[in-house]
Design a protein around this ligand. Structure first.
Ligand code: NOJ
Ligand code: NOJ
Ligand code: CA
Length: 721
């Protein structure tokens, strides 16, 4: 009965209805792993750690029509589902039906990412196919539901049904824009009009409130251009507008109050980093949930700004670098496993927390992985690699049914079947089960153990837990694997996939040497070793950033059942709860900065060091800093430093910038939107810095400004010589 006790705590926390407890009681009998106490695995209540989860991405309109009465009519709808630019009828009831009939839980996925749930435009585009907002990215009211997906009551039922079945729910959220608009033609679509729970605010052509940018469309030439101009024709929010700032924060709180477990943020490359940091601070302060952004990268693209965002924003990112490289190796044939292994090594250092980035093989913005004429085994191999690699795996709906389709909207067809016996479905089933029980997949590092252009054998290891994966992408060649060593202890290991991808058992001798074996064409083998740690080992800390007194969840192993202590550098944190694999603590009262977290087990054994926790100086607000007359010579840029942690504590190497000078204001005026502590009188100066780190300080006294509370701010000064 310990399972119910634990669940009781969760219920109390989320104040769910007691009726649900009964459902959960039954569910826990069928899915005991999910609710087991003291064992590693995805907990539906753990919203800050998705490392052992498997996400399933659903375009709500394209999955299953569970309620025909909410379907649109007229030219919004394609009743025979032939026009993929129309609504096709899928809805939240459809997802509920597919939870209840076991399709999702039998597959083993533990989180659902659904389309943006908010009310979208009803207008139909005046193009050949009459495009609609079926995808959910054309919001008109962020505080109402899209009626074609369902009512608020339907949404509540989706959340409660998902939770009762051990599934988390992630919503897509697109705070970059409303909908397509034209400055000069207010009759085009809905002119980007925004509503606040039914109250009209304004549209793009009557923007007297200045809630939108009016700088034309971006040509994607620079990040600044992409932020402050429109993405395509989408009415682009001015996040410095105090109303919009609060509106978007209130809207996300509304959905957080509904019990969502995660957020996928659309188009993060196209919004100011400062505003997004302040937005994340609001979320972490209100109810922390795992949040990952979309920063699109094309095939072969590596972007340090993408890594910087993942490390600085407080959000994780969709791991496009991983996805594109895997597609090169297994779909497009433009790279091999050496390239893949290099990507694994590069991203392990580029991302502060690579295990929090969300991996995938395809999505609604790229060609589906499978295509007509492709070898479907490549889908199976790609899934096997993704589900056993670092990062939180995300599976795009229909991949398990080998759906194909190049380009939008052919990559967004209506779900074709719900067959639970496809090989891909079974691969997901087997490996999601492994992901739930062996923390080497969630937290382990990755080591290449044997490689050639067709064969990749890699090992994931966390403490003594080990998973070894061998893949052969060749359709023709078998390889004799000799000289393979692993960290697996001596013994014989059965293929976790049970031979679905023709894998076999392997034998390991006492020195880790694996008895030579053949890896046949298209073969994948997965082998594991799992033992409970007795020494404390931190696997994950979530969120990685927080204010003093905020609750932080530390997941790992071997913490012991008796309470020990947790240190942020040398400061002890107040323990909220303690179990062998999870500790919750409050951020101690320390100065803002980066901290090392260690767990000291009762009895004194000290854990590994988690060295990436960031304490911020309090509630954050987005302030636009502008400096006039800052003339620079070539190679120099303008940066900001000041007397708070967020402004680098006067350290020029930690200054904020480089500032922008093209769109909102032009050289010699420079500007940047910065996340700073609220309601504080701060002192600051601008500096000019070049690529070699040479610094020229502004003269005169420090500038001073008091930052706003629950709002945004603007500070304009002249450069002091
Ligand atoms: C990225 C989304 O994934 C894409 O589908 C959408 O059209 C754009 N952002 C704009 O919201
Ligand atoms: C990355 C991000 O900061 C955030 O989305 C997540 O909650 C933390 N890591 C911790 O899991
Ligand atoms: Ca429907």
């Amino acid at each position: 009965m310990f399972t119910i006790q634990k669940k009781g705590g969760i219920l109390k926390m989320k104040s769910w209805k007691s009726l649900l407890a009964i459902t959960i009681l039954f569910t826990s009998l069928f899915f005991p792993a999910i609710y087991q106490v003291g064992a590693f695995g995805p907990e539906v209540a753990n919203d800050v750690n998705f490392s052992s989860d498997i996400i399933y991405q659903i375009m709500t309109d394209r999955f299953y029509d569970g309620d025909v009465t909410n379907n649109p009519t007229g030219n919004l709808f394609s009743s025979d589902k032939s026009n993929l630019k129309k609504y096709l009828g899928g809805d939240w009831q459809g997802i509920i039906d597919k939870i209840n009939d076991g399709y999702l839980t039998n597959m083993g996925v533990t989180a659902l990412w659904i389309s943006q749930p908010v009310e979208n435009v009803y207008a139909v585009m005046n193009d050949a196919s009459g495009t609609t907002s079926y995808h959910g990215y054309w919001a008109r009211d962020f505080k109402k539901t899209n009626p074609f997906f369902g009512s608020m009551a339907d949404f509540d039922l989706l959340i409660s049904t998902a939770h009762a079945n051990g599934l988390k729910v992630i919503i897509d959220f697109a705070p970059n824009h409303t909908s397509p608009a034209m400055e000069t033609d207010s009759t085009y679509m809905e002119n980007g009009r925004l509503y606040d729970n039914g109250t009209y605010i304004n549209g793009y052509s009557d923007d007297t409130n200045n809630i939108f940018h009016h700088n034309g469309g971006t040509n994607f030439s620079t990040i600044e251009d992409g932020i402050y101009r429109n993405l395509f024709d989408l009415a682009d929010f001015n996040h410095q507008n105090p109303f919009i700032d609060q509106y978007l924060k209130d809207a996300i709180k509304l959905w957080l109050d509904k019990g969502i477990d995660g957020i996928r943020v659309d188009a993060v490359k196209h919004m100011p980093l400062g505003w997004q940091k302040a937005f994340m601070d609001t979320i972490y302060d209100y109810r922390p949930v795992f949040t990952f952004g979309e920063w699109f990268l094309s095939e072969g693209e590596v972007d340090s700004a993408n890594h910087y965002f993942a490390n600085e924003s407080g959000m994780s990112l969709l791991d496009f670098q991983f996805a594109q490289k895997l597609r090169q190796v297994l779909r497009n044939g433009t790279d091999d496993w050496y390239g893949f292994n290099q990507m694994i090594q590069d991203t392990a250092t580029a991302y502060d927390e690579v295990i929090d980035q969300v991996t995938f093989i395809d999505n609604h913005d790229m060609d589906r992985f499978n295509y007509v004429g492709a070898n479907s085994r490549n889908v199976d191999i790609a899934l096997a690699v993704t589900l056993t690699s670092r990062g939180v795996p995300n599976i795009y709906y229909g991949t398990e049914q080998y759906m194909d389709g190049n380009g939008d909207p052919n990559n967004r067809k209506f779900m074709t079947s719900f067959n639970q016996t496809t090989t891909a479905y079974k691969v997901i089933q087997k490996l999601s089960a492994l992901r739930k029980t062996n923390p080497a997949l969630a937290y382990g590092d990755t080591e290449e153990r044997w490689i050639n252009s067709n064969v990749y054998i890699y090992e994931r290891q966390y403490g003594k837990d080990v998973v070894v994966v061998a893949v052969n992408r060749s359709t023709a060649n078998s390889y004799n694997i000799t000289g393979l060593y692993t960290a697996l202890p001596q013994g014989t290991y059965a293929d976790i996939l049970g031979g679905i991808l023709t894998g076999n058992s392997i034998s390991v001798s006492s020195n880790g040497a694996v008895t030579p074996f053949d890896l046949g064409p298209g073969e994948v083998g997965v082998w594991e070793y799992k033992i409970n740690e007795s020494s404390p080992l931190i696997g994950h800390v979530g969120p990685m950033v927080g204010q003093v007194d905020q609750t932080v969840t530390i997941d790992g192993e071997g913490f012991g059942t008796a309470s020990g202590s947790v240190k942020f550098n040398s400061s002890s944190a107040t323990v909220v709860s303690w179990s062998d694999n999870q500790i919750k603590v409050k951020v101690p009262s320390v100065a803002a900065g980066k901290y090392n977290i260690t767990v000291v087990k009762s009895g004194g054994t000290i854990s590994n060091v988690y060295d990436k926790f960031e304490v911020v100086s309090g509630d954050q607000a987005s302030v636009r800093f502008m400096v006039n007359n800052a003339y620079t010579s070539s190679g120099q840029n303008v940066y900001l430093v000041g007397n708070v942690y967020e402004l680098g504590n006067w350290d020029p190497s930690k200054a904020v910038g480089p500032f922008y000078n093209q769109v909102i204001a032009q050289y010699p005026t420079w500007y940047f939107d910065v996340s700073v502590p609220e309601g504080k009188t701060i002192e600051f100066k601008f500096i000019k810095k070049d690529g070699s780190g040479n610094v020229i300080w502004e003269g005169g006294l420090n500038h001073q400004s008091t930052t706003p509370i629950n709002s945004t701010g603007t500070v304009i000064v002249n450069w002091q010589n």
